[in-house]
Design a protein. Structure first.
Ligand code: SME
Length: 166
């Protein structure tokens, strides 16, 4: 069965448990960090309903730098505190935006986006390695359960974000 054929449950707890299993299957073992994050982005893009962008920004040389993703081309660098992703990085916690139009400084990569979640990825010393970012065309698509679920998902691939990009 292809990863595209999987019927993900609507219940968020069950959804994130299956998502963790699928991310693990396609990222462990991984020959490189990019291959792991690319596969993780593909799994995320197939798993979530009602989203239009899912992917990673990686902390490198003092900025968030665009990593593997599924969706439209996006801004390639984000400063600390800038936009939703920069806020999650600066505050070191998940940012859930119910309506991107009312979030000051929101960076619009896809004009269809209406709500968004950005969750920081930490290393063992609680340094932020990067951000997982997901956009939806539906307002208020994400809640605290998504933040907790994504935190568990990214703990599986955090080691692949500890890279300096060239
Ligand atoms: N909207 C994000 C930028 C990244 S895109 O959504 C892919 C932000 O405000 O940080």
């Amino acid at each position: 069965m292809s990863y595209l054929d999987i019927d993900y449950p609507h219940d968020k707890q069950a959804f994130y448990q299956l998502l963790r299993e699928q991310v693990a299957v396609y990222t462990d073992p991984a020959p490189t960090a990019v291959s792991a994050l690319a596969n993780a982005a593909a799994v995320l893009g197939a798993a979530f309903c009602d989203i239009n962008w899912a992917g990673f920004y990686i902390v490198s040389r003092g900025k968030l730098v665009l990593g593997p993703f599924q969706g439209k081309p996006a801004v390639q660098t984000i400063d600390l505190g800038q936009g939703v992703c920069g806020a999650a990085w600066q505050n070191r916690k998940a940012v859930i935006v119910q309506d991107v139009h009312s979030f000051p400084g929101h960076i619009a990569c896809d004009l269809d986006s209406r709500s968004e979640i950005a969750v920081p990825v930490f290393d063992q010393d609680w340094q932020v390695l990067g951000i997982i970012d997901i956009d939806s065309p539906t307002p208020a698509r994400f809640n605290d359960q998504d933040a907790q679920g994504l935190e568990a998902v990214v703990s599986l691939i955090a080691r692949h974000m500890a890279i300096e990009l060239s």
